[in-house]
Design a protein around this ligand. Structure first.
Ligand code: NDP
Ligand code: 2IT
Length: 444
């Protein structure tokens, strides 16, 4: 049996039922098998893949907290510290009722290759909880965040593990966690990123994932002699990533027709007005359909996905496996030419293959959404030397990072005879860096 097949079997056996984790590992193994074949004997000897798919450490913990009605609540907390081959564990925290070990493992595994692609010295981790922040008041959110970090504090630190946000965790939640971290450790240090500017955060971190996504799409199009300007763009989600992707795509001259949440999507033929979107989502913390109250020409389409809207570019920015085979078929029949993942693994494997087979330029999340963690790393370095950088300075570095990710990904694909296959390129380029570091550090 081939080495990668043996590894896949082991992963399935030792992590039963973890379908999202299996999916993420399978995709990477499929891509890197061409590299493995070249070094098979050495990698087998080093047990390199066995080590790569096994988290260095994994924490689960009870989070008991008291809600605003004085009732005791219990949730489960997670932090998987997947790989420290190239730096301290780094990756977000997700608060969503769907969070389980499979989701955390898949996200932590993806983070290994994403973080390597940024060129920054950051290893990989991920965490979160099945806590549902939706509909909770500020007291509930603060009480939960404080109880969560009281446990997580034992495992994190600026040179050890540096969590940030993800679904359900933004600068507000990070602020509550940071306050309690400081109280527990009596240290003001960069143990969390995505902090607000008043707590040592970095300019551009809020915008970074969405802006970075737009920058890499611009690179993909530039390679074909095209640009975002004038293109019709369909976006899913209406959270942090979606909002700032919409903002930058619009600034670059694209027309964004949709935004969505789990109840449906809105369609605005004149282009989504990002100031109104921010008012609804960031100020009122409302639902996407409220956009139509403020923009009467827009329509809300309940229980449907935005992929049915004809477009040139599709940017899934919500959640894993939200773009499925039927959606891919619809996108193709409507003439879509470019798909880039703002979310983590939003496109199912069948949909990815279908898009690629039909000539769509497809950029996977571990490259396309790496701008967020890249700027998190810039936040860590600013905290380390206690010096803040300007918006333009960080934004320019983000652009350079996304450009260099594009170049590395496309060159790696070409080198292995799969020009234009950015899934292979991203996995190979990320894997090579981590594999080198693992080899050099010996059997740890
Ligand atoms: P937010 O919590 O800010 O927004 C999440 C959005 O996704 C909301 O619009 C939410 O709608 C929607 N959503 C969540 N779950 C579902 C679901 N099951 N079905 C349909 N829609 C859903 O999160 P972010 O914008 O930060 O994250 C979005 C994606 O981007 C995630 O995959 C995340 O892992 C990824 N990512 C985030 C980064 C960051 O810096 N924040 C960096 C890199 C990747 P609703 O309110 O209805 O749930
Ligand atoms: O998926 C991701 O890369 C994130 N949620 C951001 C992680 C980070 O540490 O900024």
């Amino acid at each position: 049996m081939k080495y990668v097949e043996e590894i896949m079997e082991k992963v399935v056996k030792s992590n039963p039922g973890q379908k999202e984790f299996h999916q993420a590992v399978q995709e990477v193994l499929n891509s890197i098998s061409v590299v493995i074949e070249k070094h098979e004997e050495e990698y087998r000897e080093l047990k390199l893949l066995e080590r790569l798919v096994e988290p260095e450490r994994s924490h689960t913990f009870r989070v008991t907290w008291v809600d605003s009605n004085g009732k005791i609540q219990v949730n489960r907390g997670y932090r998987v510290q997947f790989s420290s081959a190239i730096g301290p564990y780094k990756g977000g925290l997700r608060f969503h009722p769907s969070v389980n070990q499979s989701i955390i493992n898949f996200l932590g595994f993806e983070q290994i290759f994403k973080n390597a692609l940024t060129g920054q010295s950051i290893g990989a981790g991920k965490g979160g909880s099945d806590f549902d922040p939706r509909g909770k008041n500020d007291i509930d959110i603060m009480n939960f965040c404080q109880s969560f970090i009281i446990e997580l504090e034992k495992y994190i630190g600026p040179n050890e593990d540096v969590p940030a946000g993800d679904i359900g965790v933004g600068s507000k939640e990070i602020g509550y966690m940071y306050g309690m971290y400081k109280k527990l450790t009596h240290r003001y240090e960069g143990a969390l990123t995505g902090k607000s500017l008043f707590c040592g955060g970095s300019l551009v971190r809020t915008e970074a994932t969405g802006y970075g996504l737009a920058y890499i799409v611009e690179e993909m199009l530039r390679a074909k002699g095209e640009a975002i300007s004038g293109k019709k763009v369909v976006v899913s989600g209406s959270g942090n990533v979606a909002t700032y992707a919409i903002e930058k795509v619009t600034q670059l001259g694209g027309v964004v027709l949709t935004a969505s949440d789990s109840s449906g999507y809105i369609y605005d033929a004149n282009g989504i007005k990002v100031d109104i979107l921010k008012e609804i989502k960031e100020v009122r913390r409302g639902r996407i359909k409220e956009y139509c109250d403020l923009v009467p020409t827009a329509v809300f389409v309940p229980d449907k996905k935005a992929w049915e809207v004809p477009c040139d570019i599709a940017l899934p920015c919500a959640v894993q496996n939200e773009l499925q085979i039927d959606d891919a078929k619809q996108l193709i029949s409507n003439g879509c030419m470019t798909v880039a993942e703002g979310a983590n693994m939003p496109t199912t494997p069948e949909a990815v293959s279908y898009l690629q087979d039909n000539g769509v330029m497809f950029m996977p999340g571990k490259a396309a959404n790496a701008g967020g963690v890249a700027v998190s790393s810039l936040e860590m370095s600013q905290n380390g030397i206690r010096k803040n950088r300007s918006f333009d300075d960080v934004d320019n570095e983000l652009k350079l990072i996304m450009k260099s990710i594009y170049t590395e990904v496309s060159q790696a694909a070409k080198e292995y005879g799969h020009e234009g296959n950015y899934v292979m390129g991203a996995n190979i380029a990320g894997f090579r860096k981590v594999a080198k570091a693992m080899r050099e550090q010996g059997n740890v």
